[in-house]
Design a protein around this ligand. Structure first.
Ligand SMILES: Cc1cc2nc3c(=O)[nH]c(=O)nc-3n(C[C@H](O)[C@H](O)[C@H](O)COP(=O)(O)OP(=O)(O)OC[C@H]3O[C@@H](n4cnc5c(N)ncnc54)[C@H](O)[C@@H]3O)c2cc1C
Length: 457
């Protein structure tokens, strides 16, 4: 008789888990239990009148190959598109500055652009140069990203250059964000080369020798949602049942498997892969080290899209977008000039702006309605560009509690939790963005790991 596996959640993690489990072991009848009536979770694409606009995540990092490989396996290789490269900016001290050439996630690797930028004062530059003489220091078991970079490059480079680029990815407070859980390679580079700038320059040389520079992000010509639709189609063709409007209320371990309660009814499964955010599964599992998820924080963010006729927007900065340093007085945290970054995103003659709102600890997203959020975002954008008239349309997508916060010590707690689950919950895996990494390819990689665990038990 076939064994039954329930996968909770039909986001990118849940769908990928179903794909890999089915590929590895066909002895499982797989049900994906999804609370809403569509797949994709945070991934949503607006496709209308020649626009292809991402309302949640925007793209993925091409160097994380697993997503491109999965796209190829499901027949979407020809749909892949690469971003246009262009100048990016930082809005700091209420002004837009080009990111100095050669800076990798804010870390300077070329002397001339760093020396000539007005983003950092002469004293700030001298302090950053001390990276060449400051000895690496053991930082065990973990430190914040802020503490690490403040020590190496100084407060000014951290606050004006590194923080806006790095903390945006996690919607996080850089002085709480765990280095070991998010950017452990910087510590490795520092130790290997005796300094960060020296190490990053060496890494960069190696990368440059690999060939011409192309955009580092990937997308699909019909948006990320087209990838989700195809993945859902492939797993369905292979016999996986995606059960929409099936909100899981409880999971109970029995002698031989798990009882899952959906809409007041109990269903039996031999194995379970949980892929919902920790804000959901913390009500189902809180024993032993799993109680960590009771207090793990999240940040609420929103994306704000505004479409204009190009004649309405006079943008003196020629580039693909900007991030915002926290020393600036804005509600938005970043903005992409989307029509410049992605050729497929807007019809010719239109300017598409896509901004993010929501920082850790602020309540802008939760306390304001969509109309107010558009107004607040517009007020900020008017500081950076000359915009006349109202947008042809705008879309606000609120994503409450959507960014899990990996605070100092996170990854060690996760390893302890994974060990605990493996020994206390046979044939059950909990995974997804609350665990090892938040990026889309990382979610796929975690899903694959979870699927292989179940397949080989
Ligand atoms: C604003 C924003 C921008 C981002 N940008 C990027 C980016 O550009 N690139 C990148 O790589 N990453 C980005 N990320 C991160 C990435 O989008 C997420 O980490 C990823 O989408 C998480 O996928 P998931 O499948 O793990 O979870 P989710 O997408 O949250 O899916 C979980 C699913 O579970 C369902 N569910 C919830 N509760 C229940 C229940 N009780 N029973 C059954 N089903 C339930 C939900 O409806 C949902 O479908 C971004 C994240 C945010 C919030």
């Amino acid at each position: 008789m076939m064994k039954r596996c329930a996968i909770i959640g039909a986001g990118i993690t849940g769908l990928s888990a179903a794909y890999y489990l089915n590929q590895e072991n066909q002895d499982y009848a797989i049900d994906i239990l999804e609370a809403s009536d569509t797949p994709g979770g945070k991934i949503k694409t607006y496709r209308k009148d020649g626009y292809t606009i991402e309302l949640g995540p925007e793209s993925y990092l091409g160097r994380k190959k697993i997503m491109t490989e999965l796209a190829t396996e499901i027949g979407m290789k020809d749909d892949l598109v690469i971003n246009n490269t262009g100048q990016s900016y930082i809005y700091a001290k209420n002004k837009l500055y080009p990111i100095p050439g050669g800076a990798i996630l804010g870390i300077p690797t070329e002397v001339r652009p760093f020396i000539t930028t007005r983003l950092i004062s002469p004293i700030g530059k001298l302090r950053a140069a001390m990276d060449y003489v400051i000895k690496p220091k053991p930082m065990n078991p973990d430190v914040s990203v802020g503490a690490f970079f403040r020590r190496r490059l100084g407060n000014e480079t951290l606050e004006n250059l590194i923080e806006p680029l790095m903390s945006g990815i996690y919607g996080a407070d850089i002085d709480k964000l765990s280095l070991k859980s998010t950017f452990p390679d910087f510590k490795v580079t520092e130790e290997k080369h005796g300094g960060l700038i020296k190490g990053m320059r060496a890494n960069r040389k190696k990368m440059n020798s690999k060939g011409p520079k192309i955009g580092q992000f990937r997308q699909f010509k019909n948006g990320l949602e087209s990838f989700i639709e195809r993945l859902a189609e492939v797993v369905t063709e292979r016999g996986v049942q995606i059960k929409y409007n099936n909100k899981v209320q409880a999971i109970k371990q029995t002698n031989s498997g798990y009882e899952i309660t959906i809409n007041g009814e109990t269903h039996y499964y031999d194995s379970v892969i949980v892929t919902v955010p920790h804000t959901v599964f913390k009500d189902w599992f809180n024993d032993g080290p799993l109680d960590y998820f009771q207090t793990m924080k999240t940040t609420s963010v929103a994306t704000v899209v505004m479409a204009f006729d190009e004649s309405q927007v006079n943008n003196k900065a020629n580039g693909t977008g900007f991030v915002i340093a926290r020393n600036s007085d804005t509600v938005i945290t970043a903005c992409t000039w989307t029509d410049k970054k992605w050729q497929h995103a807007a019809p010719k003659g239109k300017t598409l702006l896509r901004a993010y709102v929501g920082r850790p600890g602020d309540n802008v997203v939760n306390e304001n309605d969509e109309e107010t959020i558009v107004k607040l975002a517009r007020k900020d954008l008017d500081k950076m560009m000359d915009i006349s008239g109202d947008p042809e349309f705008s879309i606000v997508t609120k994503l409450p509690n959507s960014m899990p916060q990996y605070e100092v010590g996170h990854i060690d707690k996760i390893h302890a939790i994974q060990h605990y689950i493996a020994t206390h919950y046979p044939n059950l895996v909990i995974t997804g963005a609350s665990f090892e990494a938040v990026g889309l390819p990382d979610c796929i990689a975690q899903a694959q790991k979870a699927a292989l665990k179940i397949a080989h038990r």
